[in-house]
Design a protein around this ligand. Structure first.
Ligand code: FES
Ligand SMILES: [Fe+2]
Length: 341
């Protein structure tokens, strides 16, 4: 009998539970020049904005002759298909079919099968089914005294589950990030605290790392990380001088083997203290270091804990796998602290 090394590689795509979450799919400014193509949970979508603050999403396939609507453009009448010029309003109803005489009624099936879309925090969010989990509140985004560092979207050839797992794993820092902020001479990590809460999975640890660009010596990172849903983390890092670096990272599953990462950072200091370009350059290096490993990992993420070896320091990952498994078993979103579900 062959040795089984893969569990279900299409876990997230196959399971309808995840269609009830809101996912960030694009930076809102990516829609400024016209429609864009994005994939969510295996569904190819067109995203477009017909007016400032108004975003729409629909399957990226014209109901007439299968053109990709993401290759079209925006006019005052809405999203225009490049093939025969049909146009669609923000709710997907046709606003123009040039081949029909004025005053004609349009075929009902000409309406696009739109899905829910919303703009928040400078991102376009999409939910493929009835939303059963709200877009998380991030009060610091609107508070005085905080600045926002927007970061580029990035494409990852790994599963979203592995990417989140990597981000809640303090033990990899010493090795994977030895060229940036890891310290191979100190591979030990403190045992992380893990709390299952109605607000998500709460993780905490303090770790000594190399200073960021321009900082001599080491510094103590106090990390309090909240996974608001299985694909969205709010990672609050507090430095010894009291500066807070709140990293908001979304790992959106595109296909079974690819992920779109969106990220911005909220900082309690000012631009002169830590220029935004420095933060972006540092994070780009960190992502490249993670990609060198993650993009060669196996593409099935195992929820059966007996299939991997775990250490005590892997507790965040263990609880994360338990949480994802409970969602799959429930068939809908559940919070880690919601034991009754
Ligand atoms: S294929 Fe889109 S208008 Fe004909
Ligand atoms: Fe990493």
């Amino acid at each position: 009998m062959p040795l089984a090394v893969r569990s279900n590689p299409d876990l997230v795509l196959d399971d309808p539970s995840f269609r009830h979450y809101w996912f960030p799919l694009a930076r809102a400014d990516a829609l400024a020049d016209g429609p864009v193509a994005r994939t969510l949970l295996g569904v190819e979508l067109v995203l477009w904005s017909s007016a400032p603050g108004i975003v729409s999403a629909a399957p990226d396939r014209c109901p007439h002759r299968d053109a990709r609507l993401s290759t079209g453009w925006i006019e005052t009448c809405g999203l225009v298909c490049p093939y025969h010029g049909w146009a669609f309003g923000e709710d997907g109803t046709p606003s123009r079919i040039p081949q029909l005489p004025d005053g004609s009624s349009y075929p009902p099936k000409a309406t696009l099968d739109t899905v829910r879309a919303a703009e928040r925090y400078g991102w376009v969010w999409v939910c493929l089914d009835e939303p059963l989990h709200a877009i998380p509140e991030i009060p610091e985004f609107d508070l005085d005294g905080w600045r926002t560092v927007h970061e580029p979207e990035s494409a990852w050839a790994c599963t979203a589950l592995h990417l989140i797992d990597n981000n809640i794993d303090p033990a990899h820092i010493a090795y994977v990030h030895r060229e940036s902020f890891g310290t191979p001479e100190r591979p030990e990590v403190p045992l992380p605290s893990v709390t299952r809460s109605p607000d998500g999975l709460l993780l905490g640890y303090d770790i000594e790392v190399e200073g960021r660009h321009g900082e001599p010596g080491t510094t103590l990172r106090s990390t309090r990380n909240r996974l608001a849903n299985p694909f969205l983390m709010l990672n609050r890092i507090t430095y010894p001088d009291g500066v807070v670096h709140l990293m908001v990272k979304a790992c959106t599953p595109e296909t079974a083997e690819t992920t779109r990462q969106l990220q911005f950072v909220l900082r309690s200091d000012i631009e002169a203290d830590r220029p935004a370009d420095d933060i972006r350059a540092f994070d780009a290096q960190v992502w490249d270091e993670d990609k060198a490993v993650l993009e060669h990992c196996w593409t099935d993420y195992r929820l059966d804990l007996t299939e991997n070896v775990h250490l005590k320091t892997d507790r965040p990952s263990i609880e994360y796998r338990r949480w994802v498994r409970r969602i799959v078993e429930a068939g809908h979103p559940v919070a880690p602290g919601d034991e009754a579900s």
